[in-house]
Design a protein around this ligand. Sequence first.
Ligand code: SAH
Length: 289
Amino acid sequence: MVRKYTAAEKRWIFASLIFLVPLVVLAIIFTPGGTTKQKSVFASQGQQADANQVLAELEQKDPNRPQHKHPAYKERIEERAKMVFEQIEARDVNDPNVLRSMRIVPRHFFVRSSEEHYAYADFPLPIGYDQTISQPYIVGFMTQALKLDPNSMVLEIGTGSGYQAAVCAEIAKEVYTIEIVEELAAISEKRLKELGYLNVFAKAGDGFFGWPEHAPFDAIIGTAAAGRVPEPLIKQLKPGGRMILPVGGSRDFQYLVLMTKDDKGNLSRRKVMPVRFVPMTGEVQKPKK
Ligand code: SAH
């Protein structure tokens, strides 16, 4: 015989259902990777890396690669992941090597203490001596344009803070970087050593002349703007190599120019983005010989 519920029992069942049903619904909505359809849309464009993922990316067993032992690597990890997700990946940079590299390099270690607070913000910052560290997005865009891999030999003109060199060094084999302001060259060389970038070779000098002793390079990156592309740099680019640098005489009319040299040595160049960089000084400003 089917037992009848008493009025009191019915009230209890009703009350528990009122509580339980919304609880279950809420649990389903907020379970990570749950049934919410919108999530999968974001997932297909990549998701913001969490701290554990970044800590795993810091692991480095190959003794010839940057070692990530300095405490700065473990500081402000979430802010860096957020910067990469919102400023870099959300725009048009999707090379996984570049995204990983920018999650790793502790940008706050490359700026002065007065600017540390803004280290992960979406704009360039002053680094002293009238120079700037580029906006993170520009660093990501230029690094991606170089199509670096673990065998790449890179030349950079304009070390500045050393940040761009570090971002390249996380991906490439070796990075040669030249800075014309001697004090900046000394500061950034020390900083890069301290952080374990033993594959970065820095010197003070005029980058106009490149670094012939280590040429040719698979990739050349210039981070100061000149009215023309220095001829020695073109010569020092390997066939099959890529070079990106800002070109334009005045501060208001500059373009990032991407040059590629084919296997026969033919050059092609195209403007890829309007930009605003500090001027390249030294030889390039003298009348052409
Ligand atoms: N890549 C840098 C940004 C540097 S700003 C970073 O990540 O922080 C450009 C730098 O180019 C400045 O430090 C400036 O002093 C340097 N520079 C300008 N003309 C140069 C030249 N002819 N050779 C080498 N460096 C030069």
